[in-house]
Design a protein around this ligand. Structure first.
Ligand SMILES: [Zn+2]
Length: 314
């Protein structure tokens, strides 16, 4: 997964829109976006650490003067790879859904730093954590929360661009938001879409995520910037939906047959989906689905889940 780590770059989408892509989109390698018009700018998501966020902001400022002072930031959700860099735009108006703002404190950067420090004593789970997150610098980041929250929908103007923030969570996390720019037929989806990589359902419910994929398709965008992976279009949204439906159906069969979530995760054959990056995330998806099915056995804790992902990742 080390390949492509330093090939991050800005892509000009036309009409004042940009995507900042971090190949190969594996753990923590998130995408971000920029909508600009005249002197105004809106940044969609910051990155996992300050160095990466600084590099991104510099490349945006070079591409368009509007990005020299970012007016508005939207955090699509609470995962650190979409908000830990907020510290570098702390003078901006920072918007998220209410649920995202509440979730943001749950995994602060210090916790990631401490977990990595202790990784050697955590066996398989530690090995996995180091592989997934060891390339980021969490030390010294001050979590910078949103200055403004909303529920449902919010329209923001950026020069002449009307930008719609649409809450579609809980799904990937508790408060997922997609960012729609109708005039440009563009959507920045946050982690509702992973492309060529495996979606990870921390929160659910499953049905909300399916609805979110279908909502994206119904808006008929020409340009879709996923939270991870390369640019896509409506097909990308439908592929994520199909993966989730497949995994839900396979998990359900095993739940009904009395298998534990761990047994189910080890047993499900991913077929073509095994070619997607980070296929070990099936472990998290099955645990979340089991919770939704009403599984009454104690849910595995984070370390157990990371150990299972390490096992699946061999
Ligand atoms: Zn992400």
């Amino acid at each position: 997964m080390a390949t492509g780590r330093d090939q991050a770059g800005l892509e000009d989408l036309g009409g004042g829109l940009y995507a900042y892509l971090q190949p190969d989109g594996s753990w923590g390698l998130s995408n971000a976006g920029l909508v600009s018009d005249g002197e105004q700018s809106l940044l969609i998501d910051t990155l996992y650490d300050l160095k990466r966020t600084r590099r991104m902001l510099d490349s945006m400022a070079e591409a368009t003067p509007a990005a020299r002072q970012i007016g508005t930031v939207v955090n699509t959700h609470a995962n650190g790879d979409h908000c830990y860099g907020n510290q570098l735009v702390s003078d901006s108006r920072i918007i998220s859904s209410t649920a995202t703002a509440e979730e943001m404190n749950q995994v602060p950067p210090e916790l990631m730093a401490r977990m990595l420090e202790g990784a050697d004593e955590m066996g398989e789970a530690g090995r996995f954590l180091r592989k997934a997150f060891g390339g980021f610098e969490f030390e010294g980041i001050e979590l910078t929360p949103p200055t403004e929250t909303f529920d449902g929908r919010l329209e923001v103007s950026v020069g002449d661009h009307a930008v719609e923030l649409i809450e579609v969570g809980p799904a990937h996390t508790r408060g997922d938001v997609i960012v729609h720019v109708p005039a440009a037929r563009a959507i920045f989806t946050g982690d509702i879409l992973f492309i060529d990589g495996t979606p990870i359902m921390w929160e659910g419910p499953f049905a909300n995520w399916i609805d979110a994929c279908e909502k994206i398709a119904a808006l008929e965008p020409d340009i879709v910037v996923p939270g991870h992976g390369p640019l896509t279009d409506v097909k990308g949204a439908l592929a994520v939906r199909d993966y989730l439906v497949y995994v839900r159906d396979e998990a359900r069969k095993r739940y009904d047959a009395g298998l534990s979530s761990r047994e189910a995760a080890l047993d499900i054959k991913l077929g073509d989906y095994s070619a997607w990056l980070d296929s070990e995330r099936i472990a998290v998806n099955v645990v979340t689905l089991y919770r939704e099915f009403g599984d009454s056995s104690p849910a595995p804790g984070p370390l157990e889940i990371f150990a299972l992902m390490a096992e699946l990742d061999r």
